[in-house]
Design a protein. Structure first.
Length: 139
């Protein structure tokens, strides 16, 4: 079951058309992925880098927009890892408002040794955690 992350969309997030400014949507998706890490790992990207010396910088992002996002309802972002490679992890994020899909995205990160900014396999505990929550990619 994916992790659900709630985003409060505000007036300041909107453009003159009164819908969410496009650039906010990837930021919300990344916030939701960070929320997944906080929920399951006990800390997000900051803690991963500072306390555990590994990072997961993004190497790919893809978004499909389905429905406008407004401040009328909370944006619920469902997050799940969909693939775990030797040094990478892929994520699916689906954003909904009031039960309507507003966007779907796929994101790929590479694991790094933080203080060397060098690609590396994830720590074994992290690999096990991601495998435990792995869901197949959406068709």
């Amino acid at each position: 079951m994916p992790y659900s992350h709630e985003i409060r969309v505000t007036w300041g997030d909107c453009d003159p058309a009164k819908i969410a400014y496009t650039a906010r949507i990837p930021a919300w998706a990344l916030d939701a992925i960070n929320g997944w890490w906080e929920h399951h790992f006990g800390g997000g990207w900051f803690q991963m880098e500072m306390d555990h010396n590994f990072g997961t910088p993004f190497v790919h992002m893809s978004l499909d927009f389905r429905h406008p996002i407004t401040p009328r309802h909370r944006l619920i972002c469902d997050v799940a890892p969909t693939r775990l490679g030797e040094t990478s992890v892929a994520w699916r994020v689906i954003g909904r408002q009031d039960g309507v899909v507003c966007f779907e995205g796929s994101f790929v990160c590479v694991f790094t040794i933080a203080d060397q900014f060098r690609k590396a396999p994830p720590p074994e505990a992290v690999r096990a955690l991601v495998l435990k929550h792995l869901e197949p990619p959406a068709e």
